[in-house]
Design a protein around this ligand. Structure first.
Ligand code: DQA
Length: 144
């Protein structure tokens, strides 16, 4: 099984960006944690991070020929990007949305995820382990 880990806007600044909310681990640290979990689950993972909406959409389109699933943290795009939601709905590859923070307990504008509604499921609030939990879900979920 091959899974794309797709990080969205501003996640390249993890470790220095609002550490009281997102923690001290850098994106490189988090990717290493994911890689270790993936190895145990016998999942091949690739990583991508994009700040722009169009690049995220292009990555989702490209994923349809190369991956069995996508684990994605769209960042703030989750809350308003109908274009990314449409891209998720347009591909046959199952997408799981993850968030480091518990978006349900944060500001009103973060409590809605328009992209999660196009995903097969979402995991939020477990810090970097949200990605690992998503990998476990992927390992046990048949295709879209
Ligand atoms: C986030 C939550 C979003 O609201 C925020 O804009 C992010 C990070 C998370 O992982 O907790 O960039 O997706």
């Amino acid at each position: 099984m091959r899974v794309l880990i797709l990080h969205g806007a501003n996640l390249n600044l993890l470790g220095e960006r609002q550490p009281e909310i997102y923690g001290m681990q850098t994106l490189t640290d988090i990717n290493e944690l994911i890689r270790t979990a993936a190895r145990e689950l016998r999942i091949d993972v690739d990583f991508a991070q994009h700040n722009s909406e169009g690049a995220i959409i292009d990555a989702l389109h490209a994923a349809r020929s190369d991956y069995d699933a996508v684990v994605m943290n769209p960042g703030a795009y989750s809350h308003y990007s109908y274009a990314i939601a449409d891209a998720i709905a347009s591909i046959p590859v199952p997408v799981i949305e993850v968030h480091l923070s518990n978006i349900a307990s944060r500001e009103a504008h973060r409590r809605i995820s328009v992209t999660a509604s196009a995903c097969i499921g979402s995991i939020s609030g477990f810090g970097p382990r949200s990605y690992v939990l998503a990998l476990h879900a992927v390992a046990q979920t048949p295709g879209k």
